[in-house]
Design a protein around this ligand. Structure first.
Ligand code: SIN
Ligand code: MN
Length: 219
């Protein structure tokens, strides 16, 4: 697991917000999904590349609520993901003195991005990301997560029990990567810190109060 603090530049954060605002208002844009039991998730979601259905826990080409196809992943987003993995490898080689970095953290070129927007009361329970293909999961191809806007508490651990989980605060511009042996960690977002986004970011982007999170994966 790698956490790259303040990795996404201010200008790239603005570009990501604006792109998500534009795509989020179009076909396949933001909606509030439900779980199988009918309860709503405490966030708004938009899928890029492929649709993820939280009720069926599966991927498809269209979503059931309105039959919309997800927009494609912007090429600039993919480049940032690939840069973040490459920069993690440099850190693992130079600072951690690891030689087999691509075995520990495999490279990944994303074909899915799930964009979540949490308002100040948003949250997400502990879960594993395990709906990708068996091959993707077997290889430990990483999930790469961008945090933008308000800070969030992020819990992670080996079980679904929040009392056993570790906690880290994810701030605007941070990139979290979990792949290889940590690909199956339980993780979740218990709360968002109100008004914690950098004010210049909010002013320049018109970001609504809350947190934008993008998780990239390979199907
Ligand atoms: C997720 O696990 O789908 C999102 C995690 C986050 O918002 O940081
Ligand atoms: Mn997840």
């Amino acid at each position: 697991m790698v956490l790259l603090k303040k990795y996404i530049s201010h200008s790239n954060q603005i570009k990501i917000i604006k792109k998500c605002q534009q795509l989020g208002c179009g076909p396949g844009g933001f909606y509030q999904p439900s779980y199988q039991e009918g309860a709503k998730l405490h966030l708004h979601m938009m899928c890029l590349g492929k649709n993820w259905d939280p009720e069926m826990r599966s991927y498809g080409d269209r979503r059931s609520i309105d039959n919309a196809c997800p927009p494609g992943i912007p090429v600039e987003f993919k480049e940032l993901v690939e840069d973040a993995i490459r920069d993690s490898h440099v850190f693992m080689k130079d600072d951690m003195k690891l030689s087999n970095v691509e075995e520990v953290l495999p490279v990944m070129s994303p074909d899915i991005c799930i964009v979540n927007f949490y308002t100040e009361s948003g949250k997400l329970g502990l879960h594993q990301d395990r709906d990708e293909t068996r091959e993707s999961l077997r290889l430990g191809l990483p999930v790469v997560s961008f945090s933008i806007g308000d800070s969030a508490e992020f819990l992670y651990g080996d079980s679904r029990d929040p009392d056993m989980a570790h906690k880290v605060v994810l701030k605007s511009g941070d990139v979290l990567i979990f792949g290889g042996e940590s690909r199956h960690i339980f993780h979740g977002v218990p709360c968002i810190t109100r008004n914690s986004a950098p004010s210049s970011l909010v002013e320049e982007s018109n970001l609504l109060p809350g947190r934008l999170n993008l998780t990239f994966r390979k199907y």
